[in-house]
Design a protein around this ligand. Structure first.
Ligand code: ZN
Length: 235
């Protein structure tokens, strides 16, 4: 008989492929898992709807995980749209800046998310934060780097005077391996759920379902997801 693993986690859950895989990863490992989403005036409100559908489908299709999956929290961070000026929060074309970063970069976004998540974790008695940050496929976002995560883990643990771990299961794997990880965790049922329900597209396109899921197929997020799926499917 399987024993219940220790630890209680809060997963930063946006309803995309990466955070859904992270949620499955956490549900396999921890006795209690809660989720948090941030509403920050994203270009497309679809994310906030999709994440609820994905949670509902996870509960319906994975009875073993249902008992561990606890409350979902939504934090209104509309202020992020006011203080930043990027293609994620305004309706402008996605391009690359002189710095090499795409204009979808919201400076410090993950730092803010982790800080708010830590506050919720403290209140809820959760000791692990799980996020889909990744250095391998990342678009050059400095707040996705492993060193940034390690520094945040120290800062938050010190500032809360309570040990808080940040787990990033996707940090060193690419998108093909992310598909493979989802398959390992939840088999065909989980990869189907990711294809049918999650949302990654920066352009908010959800009119056609491709073999790799919904999306425009052109934006940086779709390109990564599509290429990763094709590479994984070739194996
Ligand atoms: Zn897209």
């Amino acid at each position: 008989m399987q024993t219940t693993p220790p630890g209680r986690a809060l997963v930063l859950f946006s309803g995309g492929q990466d955070s859904t895989t992270c949620l499955a990863w956490a549900l396999e490992r921890f006795s209690r898992v809660e989720t948090v989403g941030f509403n920050y005036g994203q270009r497309h409100a679809i994310e906030m709807t999709v994440r609820l559908e994905t949670l509902r489908e996870l509960r319906a299709r994975f009875p073993n995980w249902r008992a561990r999956l606890g409350d979902d929290h939504v934090v209104n961070l509309a202020v992020l749209g006011q203080i930043s000026d990027t293609a994620l929060t305004r309706d402008v074309a996605i391009t690359y800046e002189k710095s090499g970063l795409p204009n979808t970069f919201v400076p410090g976004r993950n730092l803010l998310f982790l800080t708010f998540a830590a506050t919720i974790a403290y209140r809820r008695g959760l000791d692990v934060l799980v996020g889909g940050m990744c250095e391998t496929d990342f678009s050059g976002y400095p707040d996705c780097r492993d060193a940034t995560m390690k520094a945040m883990q120290s800062a938050l643990s010190l500032g809360l005077d309570r040990e808080l771990n940040i787990e990033t299961p996707l940090m060193w794997i690419d998108k093909a391996d992310t598909w493979a990880l989802a398959h390992l965790l939840g088999g065909e049922a989980l990869t189907r759920l990711i294809i049918e329900h999650t949302h990654t597209c920066y352009n908010g396109v959800r009119d056609t379902v491709h073999v790799w899921g919904y999306g425009c197929g052109e934006c940086p997020a779709c390109s990564l997801r599509k290429a990763g799926f094709e590479k994984w499917a070739m194996r």
